[in-house]
Design a protein around this ligand. Structure first.
Ligand code: ADP
Ligand code: MG
Length: 624
């Protein structure tokens, strides 16, 4: 017999399970049944794809046996089993080791969240058992092994006897305590109820010996106990059921059972198509962004079944990247079991299904937006960025699909609005859809460049995601209205107060002088039409805006891109008078003021100042 230690992370999870005060301990059964079902799936699949293996449908089952006297609960299956190595690797370590690491310490201490939302698989059996014994024989081995653990101290593993391929899990159920009743996990009616609740759709029979009393033979009033094996679950997979028979709870349970996410689904989509292509699908839009969603580690895809048999865990061809957040499964009779990944990519049926699914998802999102605005906003907070990436990627080829799903924060509404809502409110004289970029809504709100547009009463969309401006560039226009940055050279606003139209020649010498001081830094120094109360701001000419410059500069292959910046001055501002004054009397001062104003404009934009020490010295100078 060998004594082994658990891997550190498993130990932590185990500790949590053992000390758990989680109120839904019953889910341990769901976990074990689900593992058993997975194991049969694997065997079933092997039998279907390997001619040397025979297959007898009746021999696939899961059996639950409670023994009150010995306080044991046994869950056995006729699945693929585990070799010695697999017992050690699968039960001694957590395969998805990252999953625990990302959880915060408080969540870990509490444990509640993890168990409820994330599910914990095999280890959850330690919530109800003192000793867990696993006896397993693999299809690929002639030997059987017994794995046993009493918790964090480790586990033992030794050779043993087992007649048939498969796995038995034996739980030594904990003694009742003052607060907790563990006996219920040995009660038939209770176990039946738990199986019905969480595992009804499992496709293999879950059997239990159920005792009932019946009239004694030949007697009219004498009863006897009688034991009979019953199948507890209905075995109809949820996706084959009629939508009308299903409750939101059923879908939610399925989502958790399948481990599609740690959260609850925000929306489910149940599809049954019986046309040129036949398939059933249950898709989910998750509520929260998976922790690795915006990283390279995240893998999109749907489970793919061929007539009820799982053939692929994550079929990525079923989902476009911009809907990669969708979870769920597809079952089609029209797909061959032996299909390989490569062939699948070119499969006509699969392409049809994928297209169909894409349209359904889009339709669902549109109706969510229309009918359940709050939910849609919640969705958008989690996955809106992905939609914007979708507009930008593939040279904009999906922009038509996605543009109606976009939302941006509005200066007027102080909440997210769609582009359609924006243009439907546009006053007649407004030519463009205006937007402003910045780090946060609060910062954008204070940008001096917004002053004229805001005064005109025009709505401004706030761009706070890096992708926003790039996506919009790809879109170019929405319903023929072009987008315009509030920092772009020409705002396309006819300033009615054209008596104000400054005679630029009047200040030409001053501006030329300033331009000389700021050579290499700005392309031009100009009179501003957009500033009302602020003295100065930066705008840009050409394709690249200041926000874009910031983003492109922060990229790994830092291309040396520069926005063509223009320093705009508000000639009605008191500060400008001082500047003019200085220009006549003290050129040294003009230089000081120019640098100060330029640096202020940089600060407003959230750009770094070239020489902060010089800047603070300059400020000191004007104080003296
Ligand atoms: P998950 O099911 O999410 O992979 P679990 O903790 O539930 O995580 O199970 C860990 C692994 O142990 C499974 O992936 C599987 O390889 C193996 N396993 C558990 N139970 C069984 C079983 N009854 N038969 C075969 N393998 C099993
Ligand atoms: Mg599992």
């Amino acid at each position: 017999m060998e004594n082994k230690q658990f891997q550190a992370e498993s130990k932590r999870l185990l500790e949590m399970m053992i000390n758990s005060i989680y109120s839904h301990r019953e889910i341990f059964l769901r976990e074990l049944v689900s593992n058993a079902s997975d194991a049969i799936d694997k065997l079933y699949y092997r039998a279907l794809t390997d001619d040397t293996l025979s297959f007898d449908k009746d021999s696939y089952f899961i059996k639950v046996v409670a023994d009150k006297e010995n306080r044991t609960l046994k869950i056995s299956d006729s699945g693929i089993g585990m070799t010695k190595e697999e017992l050690e690797n699968n039960l001694g370590t957590i395969a998805k080791s990252g999953s625990l690491a990302f959880k915060s310490e408080t969540e870990l201490k509490d444990g509640h969240d993890i168990i409820g939302q994330f599910g914990v698989g095999f280890y959850s059996s330690f919530m109800v058992a003192d000793i867990v014994t696993v006896i397993s024989r693999s299809l690929d081995s002639d030997e059987a092994y017994k794995w046993e653990s009493k918790g964090v101290d480790g586990y033992t593993i030794e050779k043993c006897e087992k007649d048939s391929v498969g796995t038995e899990i034996i739980l030594k159920i904990k003694e009742n305590t003052e607060d907790e009743n563990y006996d219920e996990f040995l009660e038939q009616y209770q176990l039946k109820a738990i199986i019905k609740k969480y595992s009804d759709f499992i496709r293999y029979p879950i059997k239990m010996d159920v005792t009932s009393s019946r009239l004694k033979n030949g007697s009219e009033n004498e009863y006897e106990d009688h034991e009979e094996e019953q199948i507890i679950n209905s075995m109809v997979p949820i996706w084959r059921k009629n939508k009308n028979e299903l409750t939101p709870d059923d879908y939610e349970n399925f989502y958790t059972e399948k481990r599609y996410g740690f959260d609850k689904p925000l929306k489910h989509i149940h599809i049954s198509v019986d046309g040129a292509v036949r398939y059933n699908a249950i898709l989910f839009i998750p509520e929260k962004t998976p922790f690795d969603y915006y990283t390279k580690e995240y893998e999109k895809g749907l489970e793919l079944y061929s007539n009820g048999v799982l053939i692929m865990n994550k079929c990525s061809d079923l989902l476009p990247d911009y809907f990669s957040f969708v979870k769920g499964m597809v079952d089609s009779e029209d797909l061959s079991l032996n299909i390989s990944r490569e062939i699948l990519q070119h499969d006509r049926q699969l392409k049809l299904i994928a297209k169909n699914i894409k349209n359904k998802i889009k339709g669902q999102l549109q109706s969510l937006l229309k009918e359940e605005r709050e939910k849609y906003e919640e969705f958008y907070q989690s996955f809106g960025k992905q939609l914007k990436f979708g507009v930008y990627n593939d040279f904009g080829s999906n922009k038509d699909t996605l543009q109606d799903l976009l939302m941006f924060y509005s200066s007027k509404e102080k909440k997210l609005v769609t582009l359609d809502e924006y243009i439907s409110r546009m006053p007649e004289d407004q030519k463009y859809i205006y937007y402003a970029s910045g780090e946060t809504n609060e910062r954008i709100e204070k940008l001096p460049q917004t002053e004229l547009v805001a005064e005109k009463g025009y709505e401004i969309l706030y761009f706070t995601d890096e992708i926003d401006e790039f996506a919009i560039r790809m879109l170019m226009a929405y319903k023929e209205k072009e987008f315009k940055s509030i920092s772009s050279g020409d705002l396309g606003i006819k300033d009615e107060e054209s008596q104000n139209e400054p005679d630029s020649n009047e200040n030409k010498d001053l501006f030329d002088y300033m331009k000389g001081i700021l050579a290499n830094k700005v392309k031009d120094v100009r009179v501003s039409k957009r500033l009302k109360s602020h003295p100065v701001c930066l705008t840009t000419e050409g394709e690249i805006t200041i926000e874009m410059e910031k983003i492109l500069k922060s990229m790994p292959n830092n291309q040396n891109v520069q926005a063509d910046k223009v320093l705009e001055l508000n000639i009605n501002h008191e500060v400008f008078k001082s500047l003019k004054d200085a220009f006549e009397k003290d050129k040294e001062k003009v230089s000081l003021y120019t640098n100060l104003l330029y640096n202020q404009a940089l600060l407003i934009e959230g750009l770094p100042i070239n020489d902060p020490v010089e800047f603070t010295n300059d400020i000191c100078k004007i104080m003296l």
